[in-house]
Design a protein around this ligand. Sequence first.
Ligand code: 1CP
Length: 349
Amino acid sequence: MNSNVLSDDSLFLRALRGEDTDRAPIWLMRQAGRHLAEYRQLKEKHTFWELVRTPELATLVTLQPVRRYGMDAAILFSDIMTPLPALGIEVEFKPGPVLANPIRTAAQVEALHLPEAQVIAPFVSETLRNLREESPVPVIGFAAAPLTLATYAIEGSGSKDYATFRSFLRREPMVAHALLELLTEVTIRYLRMQVDSGAAAVQIFDSWAGLHDGPTFREFGLPYLRRVLQAVQAPGIYMGLNTAHLAEQLAELPVNALSVDWRLPLSYWRGVLPGRTLQGNLDPAQLLAPAASLTAAAQAVLREGLGGPHIFNLGHGVIPTTDPGSVELLVDTVRQFDRRVAFADGMTV
Ligand code: 1CP
């Protein structure tokens, strides 16, 4: 589809900008990837980095779930680690990210260099320019929050409790701040490039925000996040997990929407985040449940989301063993739910 056809009044962008739409738009985190046979087929021939770094392939993978399910938004096919090599940090995927040389010293931070926007990930720019022409729905660009990116840069891989990272923040706070400064600046450049290349919105993934207590998040998380969000001139979504204890700080963020996990109902979040669009928050495990349970759980989320703008999503990414038939059922359930009628019914009960 031509970019002229994609107007700003798409359901997804209207809800993101704060409109209490008649139907909730739906897209799913990790909607492209291992649960799709058409993705696994490409993975037989290409590594993950090849898919991300080859614009024709990244474009194709981004559009796979849009074509199959008719999602209301596409998310760029890439990873939160994508900008790191341009700084001088090499990353391998096995399948999660693994760093040969995790950052642990001031000298290592000093040796990193801040790349110009156009050399951070030129393949992402080209993919987004392709998608501007080919995607029938708005495309979401993304990056990690500086604190979550630092988690991987210092820990060196995924971990159960990120003990190395959490102790590093206490032992070497100045080095941590120096790294966060650099990651903030590269993230701002990287996201501005994505918006210039056609991303209609951006999502900030702060998957590991919930590891920290309030004071630690206020020192190492919030100030950098605020800078990133203020610098990017596009509607934004902030996604965190296990963040109920940080709600007061999240309410300070200059962002349109907050994506929350399933641990608390959306009605709770409406109370603590007045005036914001809420995104979420079905437990991804519900997509592994029998049809009746899945539909009931999705309808419960839809009802909880009434009374303000809502973008339907999972609380975290699609689990790779998910049956595409269940995703189809979920999309149908969300499509059929008339928010205006449901809201009126709620008022008369
Ligand atoms: O072998 C494979 O197929 C690679 C698996 C894979 C995929 C499909 C990885 C490695 N990343 C991705 C894609 C990806 N990652 C997207 C694509 C867009 C989408 O469809 O949503 C996005 C947005 C991400 C973001 C991402 N990567 C996050 C934030 C969201 C979250 O899940 O919390 C995180 C934490 C990562 C790190 C990462 N990359 C890959 C894996 C398996 C992981 C997580 C595991 C770990 O921490 O070890």
